[in-house]
Design a protein around this ligand. Sequence first.
Ligand SMILES: C[S@@+](CC[C@H](N)C(=O)[O-])C[C@H]1O[C@@H](n2cnc3c(N)ncnc32)[C@H](O)[C@@H]1O
Length: 393
Amino acid sequence: MRHSNDPARHLDEQRVIEDHAQTAQKLTLYRGSVGVWGNILAQARLPMPVTDLFYIDTHCGAGRHGSREHPDEWVIGTPLIACHEARRLQRRYPRIKVHVRAVDRDRRWIAHLRQHVQPFLESNHERDRVDVQLFAEPFEKMLPELLAEATSHNAPSLWFIDPHGPKIPYSTVSLLQGPERGPEVIINLDMLGIWRVDAAARNRVDERFDWILLGDPAAQRCLNELFGGRQFWENIADRSLSFRDNMPKLAAAYAERFQRFQFRSHYPLRASHSQLRQIIHLCHSRIGREKFHDEYVRSQDFGVLAGRHLDQVTRAHAARRYWQSYRGEATSLDRLFGEGTQSFDRGQIRAISATADEERYARYDERQGMIHWFDERGVDPADEVYQPTLFNN
Ligand SMILES: C[S@@+](CC[C@H](N)C(=O)[O-])C[C@H]1O[C@@H](n2cnc3c(N)ncnc32)[C@H](O)[C@@H]1O
């Protein structure tokens, strides 16, 4: 029985992802977009080729979400998705080094995450080691420092800003508009939170002076901070229309605050448990926008079998079955396809092999197309006790 309010566990660890379509879609979209972003930059023919990339997660959580369907009863959250993607890119592109930075102001979640990232810090394979650093700090404090770090490497950075509510000051987030060859930003914007605060901000209009807004000052301050000024939010919502009709207007008004990004898009996530969110995507390149859009479309389609694209849980079960058949052996992708012990096409077998690597059943060499199945499944880092001195922060 899962407890719904265990203070020692993050809300995401206690909830079951299968009951939260919106979170599931967020993770699918994040996974798809971090991979595509890294591939584009690693392959880009630029006068100064890219050597370093940064994945920066400003509200990282504890690294896991509960699951009913996954064989381990959990799936990984955004900071661990970034670590696996970093490792995959480093193996595939020998000149690329990927840095992962994850921030959460709550020390408890950073402590959980520290355990889960140990394999990335300690691996014997040089290209499997990832420069991961975790910070138990408010993102408002860390964003300028992390931006300066990425800029000092002249490195592109992909930022994911995923707060519970609308408390993300524009004065902080807008710093990401600065460097040209630099940040691309994904923001998970809490539209219902904004709508409620907007209602509170307006709820006391002085009838004698209808141009004077006497709403809740705290709510007004919250929106002023989010949008970077009253004039950018107060004439957007039309309270005679429904929330659903207003949601795209508010999301667009927010995205338009970041004029120095050439491409500013917003996409609704599936609604779940009275949560309504829009993903804001800010970038400088047309191809970046198109690829993100493709990943969004794909994320709308997740399910047990979304066309050719297997979801994470289906891949996890398939990886486990392959491991049970081939443990201790090295197999090529072609062999798995040819022997047909499971009826997947080559693309699907590739995706399952990546999951087998991620879930400690095998080491997948993407360049060679080989999977080295372990005799014994790798140990879950959360089951091991690490010395605090091993932590790098
Ligand atoms: C929605 S959860 C993150 C989930 C994670 N991105 C994932 O999908 O796996 C939001 C997290 O933001 C953290 N948080 C809230 N305010 C913050 C702030 N000002 N700075 C950094 N973290 C914050 C909370 O502690 C919480 O763990």
